[in-house]
Write a protein that binds this ligand. Structure first.
Ligand SMILES: [Zn+2]
Ligand SMILES: [Zn+2]
Length: 235
C-alpha cells in the first residue's frame, strides 16, 4: 500500500475532507451528519413508512397490498446524497460506508428502545456476490454485531436468477418465490434463534415491497411469528 492510497482511504468519499469520522465511516462529519440526524416529520403509513397525504393510518398503495411483514421503516428517500452513499457501498464496494450504515441502524434501534432484536440481512444475488465478493447487507449486520453486539442470522439465500430491478412487480414476485431459500441446517438454527426475538429484515432500498414481503414469508414459514423491515431508503 502506498502513501497516496493511505491518504485517500481516510478522506471523505463525497467531498475529500479528512476527519476522524471519515477515517472510520468513509464520510466526513459534514457529509454524514445530515443523514445520521435526519428527522422524520408528519404522519407515516404504518405499513410502508411513507408520509401520508390525506389518508388515515395506511397509504393508498398499502391498502391494496397483502404484505407478509408488519411495518417498514426507512431512513431516507432514494435520491441525492443518500442514493450516492448507498451506491458507494453497494456498487463500488466502499466498505467503510458499511460501518456508517451500521451506525445509522444502531442509533435507530437505540432511539426506539428496541431490544431483543434479531437482524436478518436481505440476501444478495449470486451475480453481485461474485462481483463484489461480499453480501453487503450481511456486512452491515456483521459490523452491528461486532461493534454493538446486535445478533443477526444470515439465513436467506438467493439462487441465480434475473436482476430484480429490471422486472415489474408481478415478475419480481414470481422470480423471488422460486429463488429464495433457507438451507435446512440454517432453517433449524433460525427456528431456535428467532424465538422471543423481534425479527427485523435489513435491506438497502424498499421499492415495491415485493422483496421484503417474499423474505418475510419464507422467514415466517421457518418459525418466526412476525417480522418488521428496516431499509436505508425508499424509491
Ligand atoms: Zn465530506
Ligand atoms: Zn404505505
Amino acid at each position: 500500500m502506498n502513501i497516496l492510497s493511505l491518504i485517500f482511504d481516510q478522506s471523505c468519499l463525497l467531498c475529500g475532507t479528512s476527519d476522524s469520522f471519515s477515517e472510520k465511516y468513509g464520510l466526513c462529519r459534514r457529509c454524514a451528519f445530515p443523514l445520521l440526524f435526519h428527522k422524520e416529520e408528519g404522519e407515516r403509513c404504518r405499513v410502508c413508512g411513507q408520509p401520508l397525504i390525506s389518508e388515515d393510518g395506511i397509504c393508498m398503495r398499502c391498502r391494496s397490498e397483502d404484505y407478509n411483514f408488519n411495518t417498514n421503516h426507512y431512513f431516507w428517500n432514494y435520491e441525492g446524497t443518500a442514493k450516492t452513499v448507498i451506491g458507494l457501498y453497494k456498487f463500488k464496494a466502499q466498505r467503510r460506508v458499511g460501518r456508517f450504515l451500521a451506525l445509522v441502524v444502531y442509533r435507530y434501534l437505540r432511539r426506539r428502545g428496541l431490544e431483543n432484536v434479531l437482524l436478518v440481512p436481505a440476501p444478495c444475488s449470486p451475480a453481485r456476490l461474485k462481483r463484489t465478493g461480499y453480501n453487503h447487507m450481511e456486512a452491515v449486520c456483521r459490523a452491528l454485531k461486532r461493534v454493538y453486539g446486535i445478533p443477526f442470522a444470515a439465513v436467506l439465500r438467493r439462487l441465480k436468477g434475473r436482476q430484480l430491478k429490471k422486472l415489474g412487480k408481478k415478475e419480481r414476485k414470481e422470480e423471488l418465490v422460486d429463488k429464495l431459500y433457507i438451507r435446512p441446517r440454517d432453517a433449524y438454527n433460525f427456528k431456535v434463534l428467532c424465538q422471543g426475538k423481534h425479527v427485523i429484515l435489513l435491506d438497502d432500498v424498499f421499492t415495491t415491497g415485493t422483496t421484503a414481503s417474499s423474505c418475510a414469508r419464507i422467514l415466517k414459514e421457518n418459525g418466526c411469528e412476525s417480522i418488521d423491515i428496516l431499509t436505508f431508503a425508499i424509491d
